[in-house]
Design a protein around this ligand. Structure first.
Ligand SMILES: [Zn+2]
Length: 276
């Protein structure tokens, strides 16, 4: 972990550690003492438990065991809600998925060649030790990789820069029932959302494909919709998707058709869907 809690409850990063204070695990459900570990060849400076005495994470702690994507997402969300990473430097990362969009036409530089410097794709090391070069996320794979490789305290410090708006990572990645809630209470932002859910059903009509996600008992359908025009860009087979966990990205849309208020996520290409 890269953050620790002081006796006065303040949260510090490894760079702020004074080498004398007692330091503890940041998880609100844990009071394990941690120690500082100097930077080495293969790892940035960090905090860790020793595994002895008072220095063992509690079973309810987010650092007790390896978490899967869904568990990490809800933990990061809880950490961001409790502002655990508020006092540390936030990692601001640009989110730009233009290249995945079949309708996107890149802007040409005046002299005909693109002289705009591409932002470097983010990886786990650049988050641990932020460099001055711009970092970006430009695919769903990167988000999946981040969740697999980065600890929850650092994930909670990530703020995404989406077309000029700053959005905490956990607010932009939602489960279907949370996205319903956001959209139908008109609290959604005019941005593309990432939805992590489980595929329950796929319906192929003549000119449209519907992919239903599990809504955790809510009686309102959540459906990925791929319209005719974009079916040629959708290369995943039904067998690749059915009963799998997926991360999908698109704009949320209310669906009033029929008797149930449903939520749709409009998908333009299979590059906007990552299968787990
Ligand atoms: Zn802990």
């Amino acid at each position: 972990m890269y953050l620790a809690r002081l006796t006065n409850r303040n949260i510090i990063s490894t760079a702020e550690y004074d080498f004398t204070s007692d330091i503890f695990c940041i998880d609100p459900n844990c009071s394990a003492k941690v120690i500082f570990v100097e930077k080495s060849m293969d790892r940035a400076a960090h905090f860790k438990t020793t595994g002895k005495g008072e220095s063992i994470h509690s079973e309810e702690c987010g650092f007790f065991k390896e978490l899967d994507f869904k568990e990490k997402l809800s933990l990061v969300s809880a950490y961001q809600e409790e502002n655990i990473a508020q006092n540390v430097r936030e990692h601001s990362i640009r989110l730009n998925l233009n290249k995945l969009d079949p309708d996107y036409v890149p802007r040409e530089a005046p002299n005909g060649s693109s002289n705009l410097k591409e932002a470097t794709e983010i990886d786990k090391d650049t988050i641990k030790e932020p460099s001055s070069t711009p970092q970006s996320i430009s695919s769903l794979k990167t988000i999946k990789k981040l969740f697999n490789s980065v600890e929850p305290d650092l994930l909670a410090s990530i703020i995404l820069n989406v077309k000029g708006q700053k959005v905490p990572l956990s607010q932009i990645i939602r489960e279907p029932h949370q996205a319903h809630e956001l959209l139908w209470s008109d609290k959604d932002l005019p941005i593309q959302y990432f939805i992590f859910g489980h595929v329950t059903k796929i319906i192929n009509r003549d000119k449209v494909k519907f992919i239903n996600l599990n809504t955790e008992g809510i009686e309102r359908p959540f459906t990925l919709v791929i319209f005719d025009k974009y079916l040629k860009y959708f290369e995943l087979n039904d067998a690749d998707l059915l009963h799998k966990d997926i991360l999908a990205c698109g704009f949320l849309k209310k669906n009033n058709y029929g008797d149930k208020e449903g939520t749709e996520l409009i998908i333009k290409s299979s590059k906007f869907v990552e299968v787990f």
